[in-house]
Design a protein around this ligand. Sequence first.
Ligand code: ADP
Length: 448
Amino acid sequence: MFEKILIANRGEIALRILRACREMGIQTVAVHSTADANAMHVKLADESVCIGPPRAKDSYLNIPALISAATITGADAIHPGIGFLSENAHFAEVVIDHGLAFIGPKPEHINLMGNKITAKDAVIKLGIPTVPGSSGSVEHEEDALKIAESIGYPLLIKAAGGGGGKGMQVARSPESLKECLYLARNEAEANFGNSEVYIEKYLDHPRHIEVQIIADSYGNVVHLGERDCSLQRRHQKVIEEAPSPALNDEERAQIGKLTAKAVAKLGYLGVGTVEYLYQDGQFYFIEMNTRLQVEHTITEMITGIDLVHEQIRVAAGAHLAFKQSDIKFRGHAIECRVNAEHPRTFMPSPGTINDYHAPGGLGVRVDSALYSGYKMPSYYDSLASKLVVHHPQSRNECIMRLRGALDEYVIGGIETTLPLHKKITKAQSFLNGEYDVHWLERFIGLDQ
Ligand code: ADP
């Protein structure tokens, strides 16, 4: 097992990893930018190293600084966390070339899944259904028109290198197709440095259902059920729940089994998530994330498995500690992403936390790096806290527990999306579990 892990990240996820390390008796090294000198992950780690100025490109994305920090502290592995360099195959290679372990999949799999066109190609060969669309990248209007004729409108033009919900254009008619193609290619180039785009049928009422898997290096792959992440704004997740209120046990078992089998054929290592759209009883692959995900917490709550702990174990060469038949789903879990944003305009709201009270009680978990007096910097993403609630019996009881926790939560000094979460958890469609990926934007729109 590793003796010392450098955590190449910040915020709540750095704390999450640090906690797993502590429980496993592993020493931790925090890295931080000058803007994060007083951050909680720095205070709690065994050692810390400043790796550069505030801008992420000079610090958390600065590969030479990270490798130097690992070398001078004698770390034997690097955990990339979520975001930043977690899906950067080059970083994983550099880490390995320096004799360190990378706590994540093999660089070849990060590469394969990092481009959504190669990812789609690969999973089709593994027997996974995908959204109907172009078979590769689309450059010219004539090609786009041909594809449109075969699959019909509306269409979604998506960036091959896309992520974070950016770089998607909906074309509703042949007249708008040319402009959408142009806009999508420009946006893709500007955001991802890669203008490659592809076309998919735009589904009008899908749910976003994703399957969590974990694999060791001996060919063992286990799926840990699904998460429903359909409550989204601008294609970004706002609330997630597990299990999905839309699936029955048979569908659940079927998609889990299919996913685990495909991932095993790939020879994948570590944790990963295969994301699908689900509409009218059919699943359609959209992408695979080759890292831990923000919403891994709800899977932990219903399975009792510490995903970060297992991720570290398999990266160190251990066998998975469980088989598929050991996995039992218990109750229901919901996660609210509490962002430092205005709850109606969604403008970022960094600043100093002058009052802080986190909710507690049975089944209530808060993954956050906030504390009273903490000055949230403006350089990074706006996720302030993840409020995760579990109830061993039912979804309804879980929602009642969540409402209580939301009412109890005090984050003073900055604007947060707590009021939005309170509203959603009282909405009839949410209570009925009847919502698709487009529902939340309509619900927010009613309020503007
Ligand atoms: P990203 O990597 O940017 O998050 P994804 O491919 O994972 O992009 O899609 C994010 C979200 O965009 C999905 O959860 C869904 O809400 C929406 N989306 C993606 N593809 C489609 C599609 N073909 N039809 C309708 N909505 C889609």
